[in-house]
Design a protein around this ligand. Structure first.
Ligand SMILES: *Cc1c(COP(=O)(O)O)cnc(C)c1O
Length: 495
């Protein structure tokens, strides 16, 4: 069965999987969505016998139907190898009544590696399949983790350049150091005076700038996106929810067919949307619990049906979730609107014009699989310290938002369905906030000394990703205003 992809804003804008991966965003500003969610063609018990790589093939081939078996298997082998520090790729750890799905064992110790270690391979394969001669310029806005994971994925990949914009004062010191020390002659890292939403808006504007596109083409370039709007990011993320269920089954923690709940610390809505797709493929997931930090625009939306970004932007200890416009939500809105691009486009126009929209009651019903919760800064810190005190297991701030929301969910609903919490970053990536939560007296130390401290306390070795940036040279120094992003891109490309 062939799957094609349509824009969420124009039903006539269609693409094959490889074309959609190459483009990132549709020309009309919409996101590519599969015309149907394919069902898994393996039983749950068959899945429970599979490795991560085999699961990846089983899931991804259903979506990327214009890739040959060999092409897809080559991409998977190149991505999920010794860059990950465990053969399981995404291990499950049980602690205090929930299963933590550790998605941070890749090159940059955050869950973005799960998709960004394969996206460059999918993209190069897509370029070859579509006879693209231009160099591909990956343009990305990051709230901290995407940037480094994309840089690591694309560094020195022939035929590509990557330009990453990040909010200069909106990422953790370790996140910044990871990015500005990135090697690779084709990598460019630029700080902006502004927040993530401004960076993301600037990138989106460049993607839909026709004049700029012509200038690029004349210079032998074309844009693509490594942001989570690319379906080449979304599809690999479906894999680990299928895998998590299969592992629980293999370990006899659940019965075949038994429902589980999933809790996802959410920002751009990519990760939780992947869980929703896993459910639609046939994985028995009951509730999809969407956990927000104090930027609780999604919580309010799921509660009221009104999405309203007109509010104060709060810098929290979970910066990768400091987002007021959750791009991937558009795919769910489109779905809830009955796969109607015209209706969806009208909502998105309201969002662009006035910063808000309200869905109908019928649409709200379509979202009943989702439950929204949020955690304050204090609750987030408490989740880290209480789990550590009870079990010795240390989680990062983003995962802690999910952990806190899950605890509140259980109290509120009494639902004791077995639950997987997506653990989206290593605590070593947000060391200062994590240590502050478990022992405030350590605050005087610098971030690397704190990593040593955390290593001792958690009984976990310092990850390679931290060890190798410790004394690394800073290679990227550019900072610009949000308004000058386009100029900065032209300068990098010499056009
Ligand atoms: C990106 C990120 C998130 C949010 O994921 P979305 O797919 O954008 O919702 C959560 N936690 C961490 C550590 C991240 O890097």
């Amino acid at each position: 069965m062939q799957i094609t992809y349509a824009s969420t804003r124009n039903a006539n804008c269609r693409a094959t999987a490889s074309e959609a991966i190459l483009k990132g965003l549709s020309d009309d500003g919409g996101l590519f969505v599969p015309d149907q969610i394919p069902a898994l063609d393996k039983s749950l018990s068959e899945l429970s016998q599979m490795t991560y790589q085999e699961t990846a093939y089983t899931v991804m081939k259903q979506f990327l139907t214009d890739f040959t078996e060999q092409e897809l298997k080559d991409c998977i082998q190149a991505a999920y190898d010794s860059k990950f520090d465990t053969e399981e790729i995404a291990p499950l750890v049980y602690a205090d009544g929930a299963y933590y799905l550790e998605l941070f064992h890749g090159a940059t110790i955050a869950f973005k590696d799960m998709a960004l270690s394969i996206l460059p391979h999918l993209m190069i394969t897509s370029a070859r399949k579509n006879h693209v001669a231009n160099d591909i310029v990956i343009l990305t806005a990051t709230s901290g983790d995407t940037g480094k994971a994309a840089l690591a994925g694309f560094a020195d990949v022939p035929g590509t350049k990557i330009i990453v914009f990040y909010p200069k004062n909106g990422v953790s010191p370790i996140q910044e150091k990871q990015m500005v020390t990135q090697k690779g002659a084709n990598t460019y890292v630029i700080g902006i005076h502004g927040n993530f939403d401004e960076a993301q808006t600037g990138v989106k504007r460049m993607f839909s700038d026709q004049a700029l596109r012509q200038q690029l083409a004349a210079g032998g370039y074309q844009f693509s996106s490594a942001n989570s709007i690319n379906i080449g990011r979304l599809v690999p993320q479906v894999v680990y929810y299928v895998y998590a269920y299969a592992r629980l089954l293999a370990k006899e923690e659940i019965q075949e067919g038994e429902n589980i709940n999933v809790v996802v610390p959410t920002g751009n809505f990519g990760n939780i949307l992947a869980a929703y797709y896993a459910k639609q493929m046939g994985i028995p997931i009951a509730k999809l619990i969407c956990a927000s930090n104090e930027n609780k625009v999604l919580y309010d939306f799921l509660k009221t049906g009104t999405y309203d970004k007109n509010r104060e932007f709060i810098l929290t200890s979970s910066p990768s979730m400091d987002i007021l416009i959750s791009s991937n939500l558009e795919r769910l809105i489109y779905r809830a609107a009955g796969d109607d691009a015209v209706r969806n486009a009208a909502f998105m126009q309201q969002l662009a014009d006035g910063g808000s929209y309200t869905i109908t009651d019928a649409m709200k019903k379509e979202l009943s699989d989702f439950y929204g919760g949020f955690a304050s800064e204090q609750e987030t810190a408490q989740a880290i310290s209480s789990l550590y005190e009870k079990t010795g297991y240390v989680i990062d701030t983003h995962t802690a938002v999910a952990s806190s929301v899950y605890a509140k969910y259980k109290t509120e609903t009494g639902d004791d369905t077995k639950t997987v919490i997506a653990s989206t970053a290593s605590p070593f990536k947000f060391t200062r906030s994590v240590i502050r939560a478990i022992d405030p007296r350590q605050e005087e130390k610098d971030d690397f000394a704190l990593a040593d401290e955390l290593s001792t306390r958690a009984g976990v070795k310092i990850p390679r990703a931290i060890a190798e940036i410790r004394d690394a040279k800073i290679l990227h120094h550019t900072v610009c205003d949000a308004a000058d992003m386009c100029q900065a891109v032209k300068q990098v490309l010499g056009i």
